[in-house]
Design a protein. Structure first.
Length: 616
């Protein structure tokens, strides 16, 4: 059965390959009629060549630069325009002869006009504010089914006192295939649509077949609705019987989750918030693996927060970039109705401890954005902030039976140099008070840096550096510092290395090539990590010096939903028990990691991850 499946998969892939090559040939100017084979050969030929798009644009520019001359004029009309896959923002008059563009255009449902307008907070008859328009353009690029966007002034029809705006967007291809690995005993595949009929709704499913499971077949389904009823509230619902469990990440958790999320879509908007409710439990799906003694648990969660941007509309009127003040309140509760008997219920372990808290936060920020390219996007617009963002969080937090007041500060300073280097300074700290003593004092600080694009022959070179130091003083209930996360060693998965001090250094060189193959652009890269873990209090976890050296390449076809695809290989001269010295990985839909929202929900200090994406 498995061999038949693989033969079928390869046959379909080869057929699609031939079909798209043929379509590529049809996309081009027909100088003469070609046979089917001739179209294939011509399509392959046209899919090779150099990327010549975007040379007329500066790589990093302020996102209000083209809009400020029209400040104060009345918005007379707003029109939308959706680009096909064969069009580029660099030059909308010429087609891109990319691999299979005609096929993609024929089966893709372009985003509807009303769907785009659900994500606009600009209104006809209002006075133009360059920062508000730039905010809306940037927000459109954060929407899951939009690849890129521009909001421009129609110079031909605008007058001295009024302007006409054109909102231009380019979709991502709506169909999203996925795989979680295919082997003789296990296959996980999925298919999704992130923009059903151009409506901004999404649906996906994932299918698992694993002969080692007691129920060999399982599924996961997801549904989402972008900006429900033009409220900027994103709705998502998921249900799964193949989720990864908390203990060792095997696919034997059953769960569901309902989430409502409204980001602060602009610095001039008042409200943001979110609500999540869910439940999960482990299933005994691998009886032979655990020997009948599996890790049984059952939990439920509720998470709700709301925030208000003080004086937002007042700042909109005076045309100055003020320091904004955002006040928020959050309540969260994760309750374990059952914990594994293998885990001591009196030991602090954030994976299996019940946790709840009420935290208030005040965020002070003054930020504006630059549009740049060639971080991960191969010429697609990527947004980087400049300015500062400081959050002060305080409240009450209970873990297991330990209840304590909490105080923390997160601070970020972003900058773009006159030569267009991009950098970030960051600091996170938090502490708890218990019986007059400070406990779990967590500190993280560091810096990250992207150089400007440096031309090297026919390549574009961008260098990345990051350094950080973290420590936990008087650790009681927080998890120790680890390196199997975004702030540690890349592709390192084991949790058998920890400490209460961590020094992390990272360097990466990326080279963006002009050449393209079958419409795919390439960017080879070299990377290196150095980690030091100290003050290890665990009798079984490793500590000391670890490092990894490796490289790989990223590739992207601008027509496809996958975004940037990355293949990476890393060598670890030192390994821990159960891990390997050499690892290979593939990542899909890689994007610039910075969080596009101005604010995040209040939280306790996070030292082992960057879930909010505030650090480059």
């Amino acid at each position: 059965m498995t061999k038949a499946f693989l033969y079928f998969f390869l046959s379909v892939s080869l057929w699609l390959f031939a079909f798209m090559c043929s379509a590529q040939g049809q996309d081009s100017i027909r100088a003469k009629k070609r046979s089917f084979v001739g179209n294939i050969l011509y399509g392959i030929k046209q899919s090779f060549g150099k990327d010549t798009l975007g040379r007329r644009e500066n790589v990093t520019v302020l996102n209000t630069e083209a809009l400020l001359p029209y400040e104060g004029k009345t918005i007379r009309s707003i029109k939308t325009r959706q680009l096909d896959f064969n069009m580029s923002f660099s030059d909308t008059t010429n087609d891109i002869l990319y691999f299979g563009t005609k096929v993609l255009n024929s089966i893709h449902a372009t985003t509807r006009d009303k769907t785009i307008r659900r994500n606009l907070y600009l209104k006809e008859g209002e006075t133009m504010n360059a920062y508000l328009i730039a905010d809306n353009e940037r927000y459109l690029r954060t929407v899951g089914y939009i690849q890129d966007s521009r909001i421009i002034v129609n110079k031909r029809t605008s007058t001295d006192d009024s302007i006409d705006l054109i909102v231009i967007t380019k979709d991502l291809f709506e169909y999203v295939p996925s795989t979680g690995g295919i082997s003789p005993s296990r296959q996980r595949v999925g298919l999704g649509n992130n923009n059903l009929f151009g409506s901004g709704q999404s649906a996906s499913f994932s299918f698992l077949h694993d002969t080692r499971r007691s129920a060999s077949v399982g599924m996961q389904v997801n549904y989402g609705y972008n900006s429900f009823m033009s409220s900027f509230i994103n709705v998502s619902l998921s249900a799964s019987r193949i989720a990864k469990n908390i203990y060792d990440h095997r696919e034997d958790e059953e769960n569901f989750l309902l989430s409502l999320d409204r980001p602060l879509v602009s610095q001039y908007k008042r409200l943001a918030g979110g609500f999540s409710v869910g439940k999960g439990k482990s299933l005994n799906m691998y009886p032979n693996y655990y020997g009948g003694d599996y890790y049984s648990y059952d939990y439920g969660l509720v998470d709700a927060w709301v925030g208000y941007n003080i004086g937002a509309r007042k700042y909109l009127q005076d045309k100055k970039l003020h320091i904004k003040k955002f006040l928020a309140l959050r309540y969260f509760n994760t309750t374990f109705f059952e914990t594994p008997h293998q885990i001591n219920e009196n030991i602090f372990d954030q994976r299996f401890n019940s946790r709840q808290g009420i935290i208030a936060g005040l965020t002070l920020f003054r930020q504006y954005y630059y549009k740049t390219k060639y971080i991960y996007g191969f010429g697609i617009t990527e947004d980087v902030p400049s300015g500062f963002n400081v959050s002060i969080n305080a409240g009450w937090y209970k873990q297991l039976n330990l209840s304590r007041p909490y105080l923390g500060v997160d601070a970020y300073r972003y900058f773009v140099s006159p030569k267009r280097d991009i950098g970030c300074l960051f600091a996170r700290t938090g502490l708890f008070l218990n019986d007059g003593n400070f406990e779990d004092i967590g500190i993280l600080y560091g810096a990250s840096f992207f150089t400007r694009i440096i031309p090297v022959g026919n390549m574009k070179w961008r260098q990345y550096f990051r350094a950080s130091y973290a420590t936990i003083l008087n650790r009681v209930a927080l998890d120790p510092l680890r390196m199997n996360n975004a702030l540690g060693l890349q592709n390192f998965s084991s949790d058998l290395a920890s400490g209460d001090r961590r020094l992390a250094l990272r360097s990466e060189s990326a080279f963006f090539l002009q050449q393209k193959y079958f419409g795919f652009k390439l960017a080879p890269f070299l990377t290196g990590d150095f980690i030091y873990l100290g003050d290890n209090n665990s009798p079984i976890d490793a500590s000391g010096i670890f490092y990894g050296l490796g490289g790989g390449f990223r590739t992207r076809n601008e027509n496809l939903i996958f975004g940037t695809i990355e293949f990476r290989g890393i060598v670890y001269p030192r390994k821990v028990q159960g891990d390997n010295n050499v690892k290979f990985s593939a990542a899909f839909n890689l994007k610039f990691r910075y969080n596009g929202s101005y604010v995040s929900k209040p939280d306790i200090v996070e030292l082992n991850s960057d879930n909010t994406g505030d650090i480059y």
